[in-house]
Design a protein around this ligand. Sequence first.
Ligand code: PMP
Ligand code: GLN
Length: 380
Amino acid sequence: MARRAASLQPTIFTAMTDLANRHRAINLGQGFPDFAAGEAIKRSAVRAIKQDCNQYAPSNGQPQLREAIAAKMSRQYGLQFDPGSQIAVTVGATEALFAALFSLLDPGDEVVLFEPCYDSYRPAISMAGGVSRPLTLRPPDWHVDRDELERLISPRTRLLLLNSPQNPIGKVFNREELRAIAELCVRHDVIAVTDEVYEHILFEGEHIPLATLPGMADRTLTISSLAKTFSVTGWKVGWAAGPADLVEALLRVKQFITFCGAAPLQTAAAEALAVGEDFYQRLKEDYRQRRDFLCELLADVGLPPLTPQGTYFVCVDIGALGRGNDIAFCRDLTERVGVAAIPVSPFCSNPDDGRDLVRFAFCKSRPVLEEAAKRLRAGA
Ligand code: PMP
Ligand code: GLN
């Protein structure tokens, strides 16, 4: 194994899902919906395959999907993108992030980001030759201190990576925080890369893309995907939208990673993105009920939830419970109680910052959440 690969550990999602399967535990660890995707989107994909949309798509994505993404961004956020030059379709948000980092970072360039953060960010930054500069957010409100953030910015800072709503902590960045971030990006000439995959799963306020803040349209690459919004995490259809020079850079790298993503799924994605606003309202309401069910349950069984403003995850502060660190706690909960959760230390550069936190996913069907409730009431 080369040193690059040897430095990477198997992801915590794989490790916890394996442990959950071995112990027949209810898996509230890895975040994927266990319920059916919508009939319409599935029919569209089957139709596209049957109609022989089975060869390579253009490297930047099917035109009808790029047009549907541009229309959605305009309708929902007032952001205008030229589908020809300012949108790239990718293999999930994951590839968009990877290609963005590989195309925008030179060796030694620094990336400011907010931790605890999604586990792919730091390995992708280091594989691209970059250096992570994390700002650690703290519960219960995960507030961003503007001055602390500015102190992380140096002449080597090239990018700021923002995930709102943020996995694993459920934080939705508010307008004041976004304004401070935008102002710092403009002042220090930093490009923003935003991961907005949970843009439609939020419970308070509204989703504000960083690109809509003053001065940011020209310096932001906005990334999202179909995965969470349409409950199709296995499809890996994502996109990046931004100024033509950033999109062109991303595509130069992307063409040699995958060239293009699955063509029939792009056709189905284009049709899916034409849904009306009521679809998004129902999604929010549905997830609000799941969130409330799990948060009430956790509070009831003595696992104090940090109620999330967005995403389909809730973190619990185990600091005062006297049951070991996050990893020991999750192992015990899986093996003894039969419910799997995810320790938060792997989401932090300094594992100590996550030792008191564990993450539960509520993107699960009602019977599964109820079985988890039964087990937690019996043994947590
Ligand atoms: N970003 C975040 C914050 C996520 O939680 C996920 C979840 N899988 C992804 C990116 C990956 O998205 P995709 O499946 O579209 O690659
Ligand atoms: N995004 C999902 C989560 O945070 C899992 C993605 C993965 O398994 N890599 O749980």
